[in-house]
Design a protein around this ligand. Structure first.
Ligand SMILES: [Zn+2]
Ligand SMILES: [Zn+2]
Length: 233
């Protein structure tokens, strides 16, 4: 089963402050079944220009490394946003039980080509991972894997430090700061899969996913799709 680690402190907190549904404030659940069903799924759109497209395929004209991106819901939906915030920033791991239900419901409708996908969690910056104590992209990948039976691959994609080494040569402090914001990934190891589903929680500008998709393609992956919990628009 999923690694639903529940620190003791959360058990105590829940006894003192029971959960209330994010949607209707019903006591005892984080998101009740009617509210869960009321969350609309995100429309399938090209991840680059947001034009409607089949399953979220990227328009060929963009020459993007990301072949498409499947988004479960919209980050603009207040309950979705609340859930993700509670999960990522308040560390309410019980949200994961809601995510399982949401993804189960979504994947009944989503038409992923029935090939063996390698589920690759978008790596978190090590500093973020230390702060949070868990990787939300890894947890999401594990949930997906439980549902689809696809394998989670965590060794192939990681952060590269190419930029950090180069920074020693950059004289301007301001320039160094802006350059730090860019995510760089690297692929290591053999056994390059054909189909990769890059898993992330939120899709905003797409820069992270594009960067990850690019190195995967360079390493020989044929198809790279994204799978995100929420897309910003
Ligand atoms: Zn409710
Ligand atoms: Zn497009």
């Amino acid at each position: 089963m999923f690694k639903m680690f529940k620190p003791t402190i959360q058990w105590i907190l829940q006894a003192v402050f029971p959960f209330f549904c994010i949607g209707c404030e019903k006591e005892g659940v984080l998101l009740c079944e009617p509210c869960l069903k009321a969350i609309p799924f995100a429309k399938a759109r090209c991840p680059v220009c947001r034009a409607p497209s089949a399953f979220g395929r990227t328009c060929a004209a963009h020459r993007s490394s990301l072949d498409g991106c499947i988004a479960v819901a919209s980050y603009a939906h207040p309950w979705v946003r609340d859930m993700i915030r509670l999960w990522k920033f308040e560390y309410v791991r019980e949200i994961e039980t809601v995510l399982v239900r949401l993804l189960l419901r979504h994947l009944q409708d989503a038409a992923l080509p029935s090939v063996a996908w390698s589920l690759i969690p978008v790596p978190l910056h090590p500093k973020r991972l230390n702060e949070r104590g868990f990787s939300q992209t890894r947890v999401l990948s594990d949930i997906l894997s439980e549902i689809t039976g696809d394998t989670v691959e965590t060794q192939l994609l990681s952060h590269g430090w190419r930029l950090r080494r180069r920074q020693a040569d950059i004289a301007s402090e301001a320039k160094r700061r802006t350059q730090k914001l860019h995510a760089y990934f690297r692929v290591k190891g053999d056994g390059i899969p054909t189909h990769v589903l890059l898993v992330d929680d939120v899709y905003t500008t797409g820069a992270t996913m594009e960067g990850a998709a690019r190195v995967l393609k360079q390493a020989g992956v044929k198809y790279v799709w994204g799978f995100v919990l929420a897309r910003n628009k």
